[in-house]
Design a protein around this ligand. Sequence first.
Ligand SMILES: *Cc1c(COP(=O)(O)O)cnc(C)c1O
Length: 437
Amino acid sequence: MAVTHLQCKACKAEYPLEARYVCERCFGPLEAAYDYEKIGRDVGELRRRIQGGPQNMWRYADFLPLVSGPPGPSGRLASRVGLPTGCTPLIRADRLAKRLGLREVWVKNDAANPTHSFKDRVVSVAAARARELGFEVLACASTGNLANSVAAHAAALGLDSYVLIPADLEEQKVLATGVYGTKVIAIDGNYDDVNRLCTEISAERDWAFVNINLRPYYAEGSKTLAYEIAEQLGFELPDRVVAPIASGSLYTKLAKGFSEWREIGLLQGDLPRMNGAQAEGCAPVANAYAAGEQVCRPVKPQTIAKSLAIGSPADGPYALDLARESGGGIDAVSDDEIRDGIALLAQTTGIFTETAGGVSTAVLSRLAQAGDIDPDERVVLVITGEGLKTLDAVRGTFETTVIAPSFEEFEAATEGLPQQRSSDSLGGAPAALAGRS
Ligand SMILES: *Cc1c(COP(=O)(O)O)cnc(C)c1O
């Protein structure tokens, strides 16, 4: 494996590959460092190795911070143990593009992971590293999806787990977590309170808190989302990526993934413009971006996008740098725009996303309407979670017609509605076919 050490993102101090996350010299965050010369010695062979790898994120094991190779019975094939994550669909969304006045829009649907959010990527890596380091308990501070994923991965690997969440989370997320036999501890407070408590607990207990003491390993899992997008586009870079921001980890690691592959020679051309998406009710990074500031002022979250409700984002300053340097930006949208975003994506692609995906879709929609996107750009919209987990967001947005089981009532109820598919939605099929569908 090519991972070599942990390194402070701020002062570059080096540390061994242990369960640590903060620099002792400057308190900066630690990040995994690799021997890229070793990985990129033969790019043709690297590409073949990736393409011949398992149909999950372990095909990118060269770029992940495990020392004994991906976990498995023989120390090799991770696809045989745990929950296979990744290789989610990248779908060309022509009807969405048309609605937005764009030419080429792709939707990366990470709701198609084992616990229905992109968090399975980060947890896969953190859980595998926790096993290498000999931990027997997985834990996390979560806004919902992380709890879901930690509980499931712990169950799959036979580890114990504790998940700590804010008490006001969506019921669907709590139920879908407790079922795995984890200990769910709900805190009377917001995510930032939960995170503070977990930091305290991690100093007292010998547990693997995936997003605290194992954060340098955890965070690397998000890079696989970028690798997959590039591989699914035929080893090409998109022009622009729109992705949500909570702590800013996913957003910044997506960019790290693209630039690693470009440096190593797997990809050519310009790096994509990176557009971050937040909810107005919790927009510390978007606010700092709009104000031209370099630090994020903490906020008290108040939004339906609970999975993004981090008021004090750990990677905020790095997200700001990325938005500015990549030529992208960071926008915030209202709860109504989020609901509209969910409906727009569902009705043009058949993909039902949770509120976080509504945030990304609404930001893409706003950028397109403002003319900020060149119509010829190839845009990737990152959908990070599943709509069934935040059903309240769509409650009351449409009506169900109740009738008696009679044809007359059916006729009355559907009067004036289209009775057959238009030739447009048949995609140019002969008109004679329309009546038969
Ligand atoms: C956690 C999460 C994110 C982003 O999280 P970061 O902390 O910014 O990495 C985005 N979408 C969903 C659905 C999430 O659960």
